[in-house]
Design a binder for this molecule. Structure first.
Ligand SMILES: O=C(COP(=O)(O)O)[C@H](O)[C@H](O)COP(=O)(O)O
Ligand SMILES: [Mg+2]
Length: 482
């Protein structure tokens, strides 16, 4: 900001640089209880990066554009966020990583909405900045402990489903809009009978004229019950309870419970408060809570501006969802391998160490909060099973929508192909084989005894989504590679 005349005393009326108002202090040692944030700051031409970083600290905590004497009625020195470190972004001239510390007292306990109203409230529109991105946050244990976290978590989900030692398999019903309740239920039945553990509503299935929500829930649960009886396995279908009001969502969730569903689903676009409310409901009602991250790419995908998905994943673990879409790497949607590995760590580790190569700028102690099951979904098929298992590990739901329902011999055949591909790959891995190298051979060998798998491999053999990722970590490697 342009400041005309040199400042007088700290609390004299007038405009003063943010740096001089106390929002920039490279000597500040963050406290264990501070909330930390790393922003990628791209100032406008001619704006001092340190002043820009101080402005971010100021505008996301206590500051306004001019000195206000009422600061003196508060513990202003403590309440001011402080930029305590600033580094140029490697390979991106004109951008800086600014590390900012916030005192815990600035935030209401147990409220993502309050946290986000400060950290991403209005600072992203600040004129002296060309662009701003929230890269990562460190949430202190003292703050983590004010949230309940996931109601169910990975361990209890596996216990309830009685499924161990392999990824879970799912499918999004397609086409995503237009099916009647009865035809929709047929898709669910075929997919579950064929060998999937879960089917799911898509993000935009709520209660449309072609299929009201009660029709969908009734036909889906009939399909689940029949498939369970057929296979002797526990099955589920994520009933999307997202709706225009909380009252509607509660009504839908209650009906899902009444029908015996093990799992319900919500979309990220319902908002943080609604997500936390549904999490509390899920905890009270022993329900697994699936979150579709619908809408996230509008602000997560570009490196220079927005909020990284790793921050959203952290907020969602606090807010308490059990499943979260976290990317596939090999599928149709954005997903750099290193960045995606960082998201999966946030979901599944009890403690994240700082790992710049995965985009994790801070260590994060989850303080006993349960773990989220990451969901890999979007343009994946049986021919990628070795890559999926290697890249994503075992505690993950692999969801093949088109890759089940698009099978040339029908939905059940698509499900069989996926189940056989998964089981042969898990077996090969457990036998110590190098599945990344031998994957195609392992699948081909299994396909000799499984026509549906042979057909799936044939029809999708050339399908890859090989595009450059937009969101990759920027860091200087400290590991020397010889
Ligand atoms: O409908 C699908 C996938 O369908 P299909 O399996 O037919 O491609 C999901 O909405 C996306 O996976 C969401 O993406 P993300 O998981 O990245 O948020
Ligand atoms: Mg979808």
């Amino acid at each position: 900001m342009n400041v005309a005349s040199p400042p007088r005393g700290r609390y004299d009326a007038g405009v003063m640089k943010y740096k001089e108002m106390g929002y920039f202090d490279l000597d500040y040692q963050p406290k264990q209880t501070d909330i930390l944030a790393c922003f990628r700051v791209t100032p406008q031409e001619g704006v001092d990066p340190e002043e820009a970083a101080a402005a971010v600290a100021g505008e996301s905590s206590t500051a306004t554009w001019t000195v206000v004497w009422t600061d003196r009625l508060t513990a202003a020195d403590m309440y001011r966020a402080k930029c305590y470190r600033i580094d140029p972004v490697p390979g991106a001239p004109g951008s800086w990583f600014a590390y900012i510390a916030y005192d815990l007292d600035l935030f209401e306990p147990g409220s993502i909405v309050n946290l986000s109203a400060s950290i991403i409230g209005n600072v992203f529109g600040f004129k002296p900045l060309k662009a701003l991105r929230l890269e990562d946050m460190r949430l202190p244990v003292a703050y983590v402990k004010t949230f309940d976290g996931p109601a169910t978590g990975i361990v209890v989900e596996r216990e309830r489903l009685d499924k161990f030692g392999r990824p879970l398999l799912g499918a999004t019903v397609k086409p995503k809009l237009g099916l009647s309740g009865r035809n929709y239920g047929r898709v669910v039945y075929e997919a579950l009978k064929g060998g999937l553990d879960f089917t799911k509503d898509d993000e935009n299935i709520n209660s449309q004229p072609f299929m009201h929500w009660r029709d969908r829930f009734l036909y889906c649960m009939e399909a689940v019950n029949r498939a369970q009886a057929m296979t002797g396995e526990v099955k589920g279908t994520y009933l999307n309870v997202s709706a225009g009001t909380m009252e509607d969502m509660y009504e839908r969730a209650e009906f899902a419970k009444q029908l015996g569903s093990t799992i319900i689903m919500i979309d990220l676009v319902i908002g943080y408060t609604a997500i936390q409310s549904m999490s509390k409901w899920a905890r009270r009602n022993d329900m697994i809570l699936h979150l579709h991250r619908a809408g996230h790419s509008t602000y997560t995908r570009q490196k220079s501006h927005g909020v990284s998905f790793r921050v959203i994943a952290k907020w969602m673990r606090l807010a308490g969802v059990d499943h979260i879409h976290a990317g596939t790497v090999v599928g149709k949607l954005e997903g750099d391998p290193a960045t995606t590995a960082g998201y999966y760590d946030i979901c599944r580790e009890p403690y994240n160490r700082e790992q710049l190569e995965h985009g994790l700028f801070f260590e994060q102690d989850w303080a006993g909060l349960r773990r989220m099951m990451p969901v890999a979904s979007g343009g994946i098929h049986a021919g990628q099973m070795h890559q999926l298992l290697t890249l994503l590990g075992e505690d993950v739901v692999l969801q093949f929508g088109g890759g089940t329902i698009g099978h040339p011999m029908g939905i059940a055949a698509g499900a069989i192909a996926n189940r056989v591909a998964l089981e042969c790959m898990v077996l090969a891995r457990n036998e110590g084989r190098d599945i990344m190298a031998e994957g195609p051979d392992i699948l081909a060998a299994a396909a000799r005894h499984c026509t549906p798998l042979a057909q799936a491999l044939e029809v999708w053999k050339d399908v890859t989504f090989d595009y450059a990722s937009t969101d990759t970590p920027d860091f200087v490697s400290t590991v020397s590679v010889s």
